[in-house]
Design a protein around this ligand. Structure first.
Ligand code: AHR
Length: 498
């Protein structure tokens, strides 16, 4: 069996892990809202029409920041369509996904749901077809005390107290030619600057996310970000990045190495932030908001993205497999290793649309990627440690050299959480975890996600093929730990430590 040594020095601390890295994203598209979280016809519906089975299943994921209402949808959305008595709300055409939007869920329903679920709402204003003033009015509706037009409207709609929503995105993917209202960088930046100023004039305590590059392969990558930061930098606290990955080549080992390129994307975005800060001789440091990330490639043809004028169409409903679960773990490893620069991340999305769970009628299926999210999220409190890995690796044709064992670690209060992905497709790995500067004293919990084939997946008929299970093959001796990790698996272990 091949051996890997993982060295996690107690004093080599990167930064506290921001809990908002375990965020989600709920877009009005496909069956994410309707038939996803909201379905008054369902046997599981609560008094407000939300599906209790879906919401219950989300609890172990511990979502923090929840981005809403899009996505591409946001760039054509007029928030006033989604307030007031439901029977009077207009049904409109959503051009982003060519679907029908009946506006039965809007700001008030989302704010209430967020409160119920413990989410931090992360609102995306429309900078595609909307105006800076519309964005400003939305902030007033959500956050101002009563006494003025939009705040009074909120009170009339049942909420005299402000919602106090602090985190706002200045549009969505405005660098993408597919985006409603897409414009060159400087035009977006001016629009965003105007909106940001008005929004902060209404509520100076807002935290704003400027639209950064939504994919490293766009021709404007980096130039876009530089321009945006130059214009909007004094108003925005964060710049966004997005990433969807896929096993297009049908080569699992290559796909599992994609984490290299996620590391690279984060580091490049951080580099542009530092460049602009340095050039402006500014004290303000911008942080990264990875507000869309996931695996998305099978359900990505034109037919998967066009609702053909219908309500709640089946759009981009990826079915996830075991290798995808390993890649999700890889995203988290990368996020944790970059805890000093990455402060928010949102898996896209949370139900039905490229999501950890799928509904079918009143049934609910937990997909493979649900499980890594849970086992990381439940161990997220603490400071990220800089891992050193000594062991075998391989050269990936697309992403370069990677270790067979991909890892990250979080040091909590008397506990060290260690995450390990064995990328080897056939062989188990013998892993020794050392903790210089401290010592491991025992194991409090350990879980594994594994399987026999990279394409193994859960179905409504066989829902438990790939789940997380207690992991037994771990022992602690002389302050260090030994683990035997099967091929193609993700392990999360919490050690007590001194
Ligand atoms: O998450 C699906 C879509 O992917 C979002 O609407 C858009 O922002 C991105 O292109």
């Amino acid at each position: 069996m091949k051996k890997t040594k993982v060295i996690l020095h107690k004093d080599y601390q990167i930064s506290p892990v921001d809990p908002r890295v375990f965020g989600g994203f709920l877009e009005h598209m496909g069956r994410a809202v309707y038939e996803g979280v909201y379905d008054p016809q369902s046997a599981h519906a609560d008094a407000d029409g939300f599906r209790t089975d879906v919401l219950e299943a989300m609890k172990p994921l511990g979502y923090t920041a929840m981005r809403y209402p899009g996505g591409n949808f946001a760039s054509g959305y007029h928030w006033m369509d989604g307030i007031g008595p439901k029977a009077k709300r207009p049904t409109v055409r959503d051009l982003a996904w060519q679907s029908l939007e009946p506006n039965q869920v809007g700001t008030d329903e989302f704010a209430k749901l967020s409160r119920q679920m413990g989410w931090t709402p992360m609102m995306t204003v429309n900078l595609g077809t909307g105006t800076p003033e519309e964005a400003r009015n939305w902030v007033e509706y959500c956050n101002a005390p009563t006494g003025t037009l939009y705040a009074n409207l909120r009170a009339e709609n049942g909420s005299p107290e402000p919602y106090d929503l602090k985190l706002w995105c200045l549009g969505n993917e405005m660098d993408g030619p597919w985006q409603l209202g897409h414009v060159p960088a400087d035009q977006y930046a001016i629009r965003a600057q105007q909106a940001a100023k008005l929004m902060k004039d209404v509520d100076p305590t807002l935290e704003l996310v400027a639209c950064g590059s939504c994919a490293p392969d766009l021709p404007t990558y980096m130039d876009w970000d530089r321009t945006v930061l130059e214009y909007v930098g004094s108003y925005a606290e964060y710049i966004s990045l997005h990433r969807y990955v896929g096993n297009w080549k049908g080569d699992t080992a290559d796909f599992l190495a994609v984490t290299n390129s996620i590391d690279q994307q984060i580091e490049e975005m951080d580099a542009v932030c530092r460049f602009v800060q340095a050039r402006n001789r500014s004290k303000k440091r911008h942080y990264l908001c990875f507000d869309e990330w996931n695996i998305w490639y099978r359900a990505r043809k034109a037919e998967h993205m066009n609702g053909r004028g219908t309500f709640a169409p089946h759009l981009i409903e990826e079915e996830y497999n075991l290798e995808d679960a390993l890649v999700v773990a890889g995203f988290f490893n990368s996020f944790i290793r970059h805890a000093d620069v990455l402060k928010i991340a949102n898996i896209a999305q949370i139900v039905n649309v490229i999501a950890p769970m799928l509904t079918r009628g009143d049934d609910l299926l937990l997909q493979t990627i649900y499980y890594p999210f849970v086992i990381y999220s439940q161990r997220r409190a603490g400071i990220s440690l800089q891992p050193v890995v000594e062991g075998p690796g391989y050269e990936s044709p697309s992403y370069g050299y990677v270790n067979e064992i991909d890892t990250s670690a979080i040091l909590g209060d008397g506990v060290l959480h260690v995450f390990l992905v064995n990328r080897n497709l056939k062989e188990s790995a013998l892993v020794e975890v050392q903790h210089p500067g401290g010592q491991l004293t025992g194991v409090t919990s350990a879980e594994i996600i594994s399987g026999t084939h990279p394409d193994e997946r859960n179905t409504f008929e066989q829902p438990n093929r790939v789940t997380s299970q207690p992991f037994q093959a771990v022992s602690v001796r002389d302050g260090a730990a030994q683990l035997e990790i099967p091929p193609l698996s993700v392990v999360a272990v919490s050690f007590t430590c001194a």
